[in-house]
Design a protein around this ligand. Sequence first.
Ligand code: SF4
Length: 336
Amino acid sequence: MKPDLRNLTRPELAAALAALGEKPSHSEAVFKAVHKRGAADLAALPGVVERVRKALVPAFSLSPRAAAERTQVSRDGTKKMLLRFSDGAPAECVVLPAKDRLAACLSSQSGCSCGCTFCATGALGLRRSLAPSEIVDQFEACLKEAGTLNSLVFMGMGEPFLNWENVKKAVLILSDSRGRHFPQAKMTLSTIGVIPVIEELTASDLKVRLAVSVVAADEEQRARLAPMEKVYPIKKVVAAVREYCRVRKALVMFEYILFCGVNDRPEDSALLARLIGDIPCRVNLIPYNPPGGPGGEFPRVKAFQLELIAAGVRTYLRQERGADIAAACGQLAAGK
Ligand code: SF4
């Protein structure tokens, strides 16, 4: 099978053109035709000289963009789209309106192997990781629906850092000046805590922002909710994040899903503050949304927030969006 041209970053495209005996500089026109103008036919790439097109045709394929198979609209304006790729693998992406801003939440995998017990995607298991082009397809679907996008978050289906090479390529393709030119600084990658990739990000030139899902500050409790704790213990994850912030002089976002009566007690907020209190960060508190629909009562949310603030931790309560269409955090299940 010929490689899909849509999966190549521009430097990779330049190298491929050189290998075909063409000038690498043609990569600019080819990249623009594919990623900005959405060309669907390799033999008819607009703005690309005929010789280059003829050289590309026998060496590459050009997969068609996957469009939204289904779009659901929430009462609060959140839109969730289901995309299905050529082998039938599904992935969902979400457009989240907030005041005058629009964010897109993208999936990195079809399903997820991490098995977090509270997560609808985790219950599916992993079908497969998504190709860079399939991540870009979600961006295009969101952009078409929203008209404009101000930020991107990789918080949909899957663990982005377990599909890191493809997620990184998608970031590079989306931020390329010859393509959509979406600023890396407006992209947030969210992880359950895959330490080797946090370390790679620490040393990389990427400008993306990092978010880490704490789930629980207590190791035993965390292991029950997020089995990845056994692979990447939260204390080691936080140590890697501390180094990330020191080296990059960056702020990190910690996400903390509140489970009523489980991890929202005063001792939990105290433990969390001790764990991350010395790190330049903000904590987003997310009241738990059961996979079946909107969540219930959360009598401790405000108190938990105030306890963290009193301990010196910047803490926000995330306005949950799209729970009525199962588009909120932890609810994406591709229609299952
Ligand atoms: S919470 Fe994230 S890492 Fe955990 S199972 Fe769900 S998608 Fe995977």
